[in-house]
Design a protein around this ligand. Structure first.
Ligand SMILES: [Zn+2]
Ligand SMILES: [Zn+2]
Length: 223
């Protein structure tokens, strides 16, 4: 009966300073936008929460060029927080408006997804490029260490897909060895042994398909 943690799981950029280009052309706010340690959290709608070096948190509206900090509110200037958000987007550290950053289930790396992506909306498992699986990929079963070849990655939930088991029909989620895995993750079909199956190619009838909760499988490098 487990489900993935429903608390918001978006991630800020690592709290750090950025290298300051060695040029005399930068004004003071642009230098501080880089040199000061900040973390930026994309909220998905063009709004960004910036944790400043002071420990204060400010809200930046990127399109409007606005910030809740005193420098913007009282002086009306393009403050270092607005500049920092723009720099981080340009450098790929922070998602552009409309996207948020969520952790890869397998490695924790930040993955940028559309804010209205189903994975984000229901806090489903997100995967970086290295851990995304597709038909033809080899995966390791975390329970048995067995190596399988993926033949199907569905968007059906583990508690909605029924399978036959020794004790009768059950769902993938309720199958005894799947108790550690969330009920609401997608189901993946895979085959033993790790015979290569071409993506979208026909599956030989002799290969029995086993189904797993997505999070039970981990992609293994091909080479
Ligand atoms: Zn500001
Ligand atoms: Zn990953």
């Amino acid at each position: 009966m487990k489900t993935l943690d429903a608390s918001t799981n978006t991630l800020a950029s690592p709290n750090a300073s950025l290298p300051v280009p060695n040029t005399a052309q930068l004004d003071d706010r642009s230098v501080r936008a880089r040199a000061e340690s900040m973390a930026v959290l994309a909220l998905g709608d063009g709004l960004y929460e910036v944790e400043a070096e002071s420990g204060e948190t400010y809200l930046v509206d990127l399109a409007a060029g606005r910030c809740t900090c005193p420098d913007h509110v009282f002086r009306g200037v393009r403050c270092k927080h607005v500049r920092r958000v723009a720099i981080e987007i340009t450098e790929g550290r922070t998602p552009p408006p409309g996207q948020v950053a969520v952790p890869c289930v397998d490695c924790g790396d930040r993955v940028f997804l559309e804010a209205d992506d189903p994975v984000v909306e229901r806090d489903g498992p997100a995967y970086c490029d290295a851990h995304t699986i597709a038909p033809g990929d080899r995966v390791r079963d975390r329970e048995t260490d067995g190596i399988l070849t993926v033949i199907d990655v569905t968007d059906r939930r583990a508690d909605a897909v029924r399978i036959r088991a020794r004790q009768g029909a059950t769902t993938v989620a309720e199958y005894p060895t799947n108790e550690l895995y969330a009920d609401d993750v997608p189901v993946v079909g895979a085959v033993y042994p790790h015979a290569r199956v071409a993506a979208n190619g026909p599956v030989p009838a002799s290969l029995r398909v086993y189904v797993f909760p997505r999070t039970r499988l981990e992609r293994v490098a091909d080479r």
